[in-house]
Design a protein around this ligand. Structure first.
Ligand code: SF4
Length: 164
């Protein structure tokens, strides 16, 4: 008989405890279906504010990152936000469920649609957050560069990375 593991059973089997998602909504991120490179306005079902934690995320004024951006004026704020959103969700889940292990879920928008150096910095930092066992990256297939896949496959041989 083949055992089929749901995500929850997989985590319990591997780590011995439940693993909880900490959704991240990153300042300056967008999507080709929103910024005009493919379409404008986003998919009809995509209402990021309805499912994102948005822990104090300020909307950038008319500027968004994309895969070809030469500079990233948001990077230091993004790092602060990453930590702050993670810690707020972690504190809540620990209080409510006695949670011990977490995965950092880059949820809102297209989370590989930014300069490579930015993505590398954010992903690296997310794995340094305490009690994080993996990261999960929500994206779309036409926004994942080969060099990013190469980096993830090399860098995270000992950690789990899921790309959705
Ligand atoms: S983030 Fe996904 S769902 Fe939202 S507009 Fe882009 S492709 Fe559509």
């Amino acid at each position: 008989m083949v055992e089929i593991l749901t995500a929850g059973r997989y985590f319990r089997k591997k780590y011995g405890v439940n693993v909880y998602k900490t959704p991240i909504s990153m300042l300056g991120f967008t999507c080709p279906n929103i910024d005009g490179s493919k379409a404008r306005g986003g998919c009809v079902f995509c209402e990021n504010e309805s499912f994102s934690p948005n822990h104090g995320v300020q909307k950038p004024k008319g500027i968004s990152l994309n895969i070809n951006s030469k500079t990233n004026p948001f990077l230091s704020s993004q790092l602060v936000q990453l930590e702050s959103q993670f810690n707020q969700t972690k504190t809540r889940l620990t209080k409510k469920f006695n949670a011990k292990k977490f995965l950092v879920y880059f949820q809102s928008f297209t989370n590989t649609y930014a300069p490579f150096d930015t993505l590398k910095t954010l992903y690296d930092r997310s794995f340094e957050l305490e009690d994080t066992i993996r990261i999960s990256i929500g994206t779309r297939a036409d926004c994942v560069e080969d060099k990013l896949l190469e980096y993830l496959s090399q860098k995270f041989k000992t950690k789990e990375v899921w790309i959705e």
